[in-house]
Design a protein around this ligand. Structure first.
Ligand code: ADP
Length: 162
């Protein structure tokens, strides 16, 4: 039987324990997950796509079932290119729902062979977002409970080392 592949797309600016939780739970559903960093033109990012990919690699402890990549353009085209069957997204709050529902419906229209799997955030992580992590870290707050050590280090370097 061929292996089931899912794409987990996002900005990952930077990756957090919330993302890693979705990733490890997602791996119970599919054989391989491609974490795909989006070249998002609308969002101004703190880290470059390369830096974001490096931090993901540093955070997954060599798990052979996780592939780290980036993509440009339409998610459905990327999903087709890598032969994935599913897209994984995490849901934190009701406010995530409307946008995610629209995107999933649009993507399903563009590619009928693809389905989006939504995973509810764990109770320990629902309040974690890359945006709040950057705000806290930027003011010198401790983020060690929210991001893996390599990410914490990079945040410090970004904000406080010249
Ligand atoms: P985007 O810019 O596409 O929202 P993010 O990097 O913020 O990308 O997040 C990627 C995915 O991970 C999204 O589906 C988002 O809802 C999910 N996610 C982010 N943080 C958490 C969290 N703390 N718990 C569960 N899912 C999360």
């Amino acid at each position: 039987m061929s292996e089931t592949i899912a794409v987990y797309p996002g900005s990952f600016d930077p990756i957090t324990y919330g993302h890693l939780d979705i990733l490890s739970r997602g791996l119970e559903l599919v054989d391989k997950i491609i974490v795909a960093v989006a070249h998002n033109i609308e969002k101004s990012a703190l880290f470059t796509v390369e830096e974001r990919k490096e931090m993901i690699v540093e955070s997954i402890n060599g798990n052979p079932n996780v592939i780290v990549d980036s993509f440009d353009g339409l998610l459905v085209d990327y999903v087709k290119k890598v032969n994935a069957r599913f897209v994984i997204r995490g849901l934190r709050a009701m406010s995530d729902f409307e946008y995610e529902f629209q995107m999933a419906s649009m993507n399903r229209n563009l590619n009928q062979n693809m389905d989006t799997i939504f995973m509810m955030t764990s109770k320990d992580y629902f309040f974690i977002s890359s945006r709040t992590i950057k705000e806290v870290a930027g003011f010198g707050g401790c983020v060690s409970g929210f991001v893996p050590p390599p990410v914490e280090k990079r945040l410090k370097e970004k904000f406080f080392k010249k």
